[in-house]
Design a protein around this ligand. Structure first.
Ligand code: 6K6
Length: 142
């Protein structure tokens, strides 16, 4: 299974360690994470060489390739919001949004979206986060 992991980059990197935990967790389940760079501490240095249009085209191509999107939405990000909407409404793919409970409320444009393919959970701690992710993976495989 291929997952598009979505998390804030220019929106702010304060949850990079959480993105990394999600990435490592998915890897233990032999899932291909197309966007592993989101989880890396030095993404901005690594990818500064890429033009914005290359980044956009590559990310759209990975969105088309993935089976589903997992978006960490605690840190508000234009890119993450765009990817959620593109996956849901253009590509009709399942999307899981997770965010730290203490960061609630998230944008109404996410929490108010009643799409059947969108699942949204807040989490208290990392074990809660990983439980929601495992439930989503079970749902995808059912
Ligand atoms: C260069 C300078 C700053 O960041 C970079 C490298 N940028 C990106 N590389 C790959 N994917 C990106 C990059 N910037 C945004 N994205 C995509 O948008 C990722 O898939 C993230 O899920 C999302 C983050 O959006 P912003 O608005 O927080 O950057």
């Amino acid at each position: 299974m291929k997952i598009y992991l979505s998390g804030a980059i220019r929106g702010g990197r304060e949850l990079q360690k959480v993105y990394y935990i999600i990435y490592e967790h998915l890897k233990t389940k032999e899932i291909i994470v197309l966007t592993y760079h989101v989880a890396l501490p030095n993404v901005i240095e690594i990818e500064d060489a890429l033009s914005d249009s290359k980044i956009y085209n590559q990310d759209i191509s990975w969105l088309k390739e993935c089976d589903a999107v997992i978006a960490e939405t605690s840190v508000p990000s234009l890119g993450v919001g765009y990817e959620i909407s593109y996956a849901l409404h253009i590509l009709r793919k399942p999307v899981l949004c997770v965010y730290e409970q203490k960061r609630a409320p998230i944008s109404a444009m996410i929490s108010g979206n009643s799409s059947q393919s969108l699942i949204i959970y807040s989490y208290r701690d990392i074990s809660d986060l990983l439980r929601h992710i495992d439930n989503f993976l079970d749902f995808l495989q059912s």
